[in-house]
Design a protein. Structure first.
Length: 346
């Protein structure tokens, strides 16, 4: 809370590039949406990836560790006025507050949340963005709370289509609790789409207790293999790796403390696949109906679906596409003519 609420006033104050999104070209729809986000919100943005998945119209999205709200305001435009975005953050110095009662908690009194945030700044930003987007009523809310205890903030079971997170799960001491809570609030077929920092090995006690390395998103980084085991324990499908890039430290003192450990920022997608959806491998044909991805849909590092092309998929991917919001965008049939790549390869 001190590091992000007080010491860091802008992204340039960071000592590593762990919490800086890589400079990959942004899709035009995202670039256009970003231009409409308030400068003050963008200035205090920290993230290690682009957590803007596809096929978002009318979706209900939860952002874990929403900070100044940049990703929320981006997604607000992409889900449309019929969709909804909730941001939750533990840092009072960053968190903004919601305007009015939540659709999930119509009976909960606003003062419970208003007391924990910068009310004037929050109201200013919500009003600014809703006017900018041309919305008659806010489709965004911001709560103060902990991602390991979403129930304490009143978030109900199976209430969201998508959960996102951008470089904050590493800051949680109990990663399993975060994934468990995300799984709980997701609807069947829902997705957790998140970017974070991962380590090439389990970290020493010295590294894990280093204050600056913790604030820089390195000391709390999960050993990447542990993500797979935790996801399986919680009930998610095997993680689908979307993108990954190495992290540079750029500080001799910090490099000496870290030693031979290496870090990457990576974006994964996990799905809450209903038990009865898992069958066998199949063939799928993408219909080209997702806005901004009409010609092809780059789903992850293993699967790219071109419009009208037959693609062999493994049982996991077949179940994901059949049970998720992507089902209407694909023709899916059982059986396959060739061995499909395994979507859970890191």
């Amino acid at each position: 809370q001190d590091y992000y609420g007080k010491e860091l006033q802008k992204s340039e104050d960071l000592k590593t590039n762990a919490c800086v999104t890589s400079a990959r070209p942004l899709p035009k729809v995202v670039r256009d949406a970003l231009e409409r986000v308030h400068d003050e919100v963008v200035a205090r943005y920290y993230g290690c990836g682009l957590v803007i998945p596809e096929c978002l119209s009318s979706c209900w999205i939860l952002d874990l560790g929403s900070g100044s709200g940049r990703d929320c305001y981006l997604l607000s435009q992409l889900v449309g006025e019929q969709g909804h975005v909730t941001g939750i953050d533990m840092t009072k110095g960053q968190v903004q507050c919601r305007a009015g009662p939540s659709p999930h908690r119509p009976s909960s009194p606003p003062p419970f949340f208003l007391s924990s945030c910068q009310v004037e700044v929050a109201k200013k930003h919500i009003a600014y963005h809703m006017d900018k987007f041309g919305y008659r009523k806010p489709n965004v809310e911001f709560l103060h709370g902990y991602m390991e205890k979403l129930g304490d903030a009143g978030l109900a079971d199976e209430s969201y289509d998508i959960v996102i997170s951008n470089c904050v799960i590493n800051l949680a001491p109990d990663k399993r609790a975060v994934l468990q809570e995300a799984f709980r609030v997701l609807k069947p077929g829902g997705e957790m789409y998140f970017s974070d920092v991962y380590a090439s090995q389990r970290l020493s006690e010295t590294v894990r207790k280093h204050r600056v390395l913790w604030g820089e998103c390195l000391a709390g980084a999960l050993y990447w293999r542990d993500l797979y085991s935790i996801a399986e324990e919680v009930g998610f499908s095997p993680p689908c790796l979307v993108t990954a890039s190495p992290i540079t430290i750029g500080d001799k003192e910090l490099e000496g403390i870290i030693g031979d450990c290496r870090f990457v920022s990576a974006t994964f997608r996990l799905f809450k696949v209903p038990g009865g959806s898992r069958a066998g491998p199949g063939q799928v044909i993408y219909n080209g109906g997702i806005v901004g991805h009409e010609q092809e849909l780059v789903f992850d590092a293993n699967f790219t679906f071109k419009e009208g092309e037959v693609v062999d998929v493994d049982a996991e991917m077949a179940a994901i596409l059949q049970s998720s919001r992507f089902a209407e965008e694909f023709l899916i049939r059982a059986g396959t003519n060739a061995a499909a790549p395994q979507g859970n390869c890191c």
